[in-house]
Design a binder for this molecule. Structure first.
Ligand code: C2O
Ligand code: CU
Ligand code: CU
Length: 522
């Protein structure tokens, strides 16, 4: 019974076929108004929730550390994972695990990650939220070919067609880590095939730490928990289901109808475990939330809230690190690729009590996320200070230009696709060419839900439509959760590096189906 949320009882199964706006004209269906996408159901019998403990991805140790840098090695390979008791599911994993190992980088030291590709397809690695030189950013055509040489003569990169800076088997990515402490993540970014590759497991956390953050009395150690939330769907035999047009992920990109608007799974994994539980002391915890879903939006809430506390999720950080001041919320909304960090004080609960992290944008199996079990009282020296950090406010008066970027559904080559200002992605099309250091204002317009992500830079939200920024728009962002027919005004400074970077919708199906553009810092 716990699997039936109030929402599904109220709305019934019919809500799954609700069409929004022009979606009906284009022939795809939506699972309600909270996410743009179509539900792909599992065929395996799903276990009851909250049976297995949450685990934290292992922290990767460097293979070598020199004066100023730490060198890591990651092998990308086919492996299996046991998502369900006794069932082996084939995955693609960094170091063969789902999600990949966590890298922790202190600010001021360079991190080098040498990726070896033992997959049967080309790979590209992007550090999402990282400020890195263009040749290390994981441009979609900068492929690492399989180490076994099996694709050396294969020039197809789907309908992108262009090969970029291609490496044979191994590539070292250099990250200067000259940026604020933040919860970043790394994931595959290959032209046309990012969505299925991430779905199979090519994603992991990369945490940046710094002095400023370490000096704060925030919960840490065992009381600093990462929660990578991913929806997935499984076949009878436990294999991951995904509606790729080319199951080999080599030739024809994209997904079959009716999934072009986004693939939504019915199993919620947290750090690779379906609906886990986590024992906690009755003290404060820091939760690093990452929406690692391809298309699903999440609205996370504690059920029940502690007595008398209406806003128990105290946000301390966003995509780009600490906020200036903590901000309490009744729930946290999170679109694909967004991160929000919160502190939860479990002293508002009695030992023995269970508290669920639920997803109010889900229904049925996707309404459950995780169960906290409050086990005992304990000492708590942590605090959430009134002042967390300082954030330079970018002034619209300093902007040297404004640009409009329209993210919308369109026909591309006679098929359904997604475009920016009417154009599908092309490596040769540059949507913006700011000079190094320029501050620009971008006006983003949408037709459906589009989480918009810029590489290289973090930005600030100036307005949503005619209104002030939303409650989750604070601090430095790299991905913005936009709803249907929404408009947002953002400001950023294009600094750090010259060169060509992408910006795109982080609904990964939209990204693969061309909703991506280039900006080139000159
Ligand atoms: Cu998280 Cu261009 O990506
Ligand atoms: Cu990115
Ligand atoms: Cu989109």
């Amino acid at each position: 019974m716990s699997r039936l949320s109030r929402r599904s009882l109220l709305l019934g199964a019919g809500a799954g076929a609700l069409a929004v706006g022009g979606g009906a004209l284009l022939g795809f269906r939506f699972t309600g108004t909270d996410s743009t996408g179509t539900l792909l159901r599992s065929r395996i019998d799903l276990p009851p929730p909250f049976q297995r403990p949450l685990t934290q991805p292992p922290v990767l140790a460097p293979v070598e550390s020199t004066g100023g840098s730490d060198i890591y090695e990651i092998t990308q390979r086919e492996a299996t994972a046991e998502f369900f008791e006794g069932v082996q599911t084939p995955i693609w994993g960094y170091e063969g695990i789902f999600p990949g190992p966590t890298i922790v980088s202190p600010r001021g030291r360079t991190t080098v990650v040498r990726h070896r590709n033992e997959l049967p397809v080309p790979a590209v690695v992007h550090l999402h939220g990282g400020r890195v030189a263009p040749e290390h950013d994981g441009y979609p055509t900068d492929l690492i070919l399989p180490a076994d040489g099996s694709l050396d003569d294969h020039h197809g990169t789907g309908h992108g067609g262009h090969a970029g800076d291609v490496s044979q088997g191994v590539r070292g990515y250099e990250y200067p880590i000259d940026q604020r402490a933040a919860t970043l993540w790394y994931h595959d970014h290959r032209m046309d095939f990012t969505a299925p590759a991430v779905w199979r497991g090519l994603a992991g956390l990369h945490l940046v730490t710094d002095e400023e953050e370490r000096a704060l009395p925030l919960p840490d150690g065992d009381r600093d928990l990462a929660l990578v939330i991913m929806d997935r769907a499984f076949d009878e035999d436990g294999a991951l289901r995904y509606p790729s047009r080319d199951p080999e992920l080599l030739e024809t990109p994209g997904v079959t109808a009716p999934y072009e608007a986004g693939v939504l799974g019915d199993v919620i994994l947290v750090n690779g475990t379906p609906w886990p539980y986590q024992e906690v002391d009755a003290v404060r915890y820091r939760l690093r939330l990452l929406n690692g879903c391809n298309a699903r939006r999440l609205r996370l809430r504690l059920d029940p809230a502690p007595d008398g506390v209406a806003e128990p999720l105290v946000q301390i950080a966003s995509d780009g690190g600490l906020l200036e001041r903590p901000r309490p919320h009744p729930h946290i909304d999170l679109a694909s690729a967004e991160r929000q960090e919160v502190v939860v004080d479990f002293s508002g609960y009695r030992p023995g009590q269970t508290v669920r992290l639920v997803n109010d944008f889900g229904s049925g199996t996707t309404a459950d996320v995780l169960e906290f079990r409050v086990v005992r009282e304990a000492r708590d020296e942590s605090e959430v200070p009134e002042r967390l950090s300082e954030i330079e406010r970018l002034d619209p008066a300093d902007a040297v230009r404004e640009r409009d970027m329209v993210f919308q559904s369109n026909a591309v080559d006679g098929q359904h696709g997604w475009t920016i200002n009417g154009d599908p992605f092309s490596v040769d099309r540059v949507h913006a060419a700011p000079a190094l250091g320029d501050i620009e204002i971008w006006n983003l317009y949408t037709d459906f839900h589009h989480p918009i992500h810029l590489h290289l830079v973090h930005f600030q939200v100036l307005k949503r439509g005619s209104k002030e920024p939303g409650r989750f728009d604070g601090g430095w962002k790299d991905t913005l959760d936009l709803g249907p027919a929404e408009q947002a005004r953002i400001i950023t400074r294009f600094d750090g590096y010259r060169g060509k970077y992408v910006f795109h919708c982080h609904n990964l199906e939209h990204e693969d189906m061309m909703m991506m553009g280039n900006f080139e810092v000159r």
